[in-house]
Design a protein around this ligand. Structure first.
Ligand SMILES: [Cu+2]
Length: 145
């Protein structure tokens, strides 16, 4: 092989894995969660739905129940989305992350999720809304215990 060809082979051997790494990083980007406007306030999901969220009681150590009420744009209750929540302490690098847990619907059409608060400090809940298996909205909020 000529020197040029050997160079080319080396170049390909090095560049190929490098470009793979770069592509991988692009695709593995963390999903972005919109910061929600606040407990009890209307949070719009596009123009079709909105929801409100609040804890049934002020959160303290133990299990806090997070309640979401979902409405269509006309203000009627809507229950055909799936909602998942992931709670944890941002300052503790995932040490208490619950993983994605589905909210359960009660008879009134409220979505409920138990959140396990195991220590005082700043907590975050990340919400994921899914329609027909597709994620249509991600939002998060923080609170202190
Ligand atoms: Cu902690």
């Amino acid at each position: 092989m000529s020197k040029t060809k050997i160079w080319l082979v080396w170049l390909i051997l090095i560049l190929f894995p490098l470009s793979g790494l770069l592509l991988n990083q692009t695709y593995k980007q963390e999903p972005v969660y919109k910061v929600l406007p606040g407990s009890g306030k209307k949070c719009w999901i596009g123009e079709k739905y909105y929801f409100t969220y609040k804890f049934v009681e002020k959160p303290k150590l133990g299990t806090a129940i997070l309640k979401i009420q979902l409405f269509d744009k006309g203000g009627d209750r809507f229950t055909n989305l799936e909602i998942a929540g992931n709670s944890g302490m941002p300052s503790m690098g995932g040490a208490h992350d619950s993983g994605e847990v589905l909210f359960k619907l009660n008879k009134k059409g409220d979505y409920l999720l138990p959140v396990n608060i195991v220590m005082p400090g700043e907590w975050e809940v990340r919400l994921t809304f899914t329609k027909d298996k597709k994620v249509i909205y991600r939002g998060s909020f923080k609170f202190n215990v």
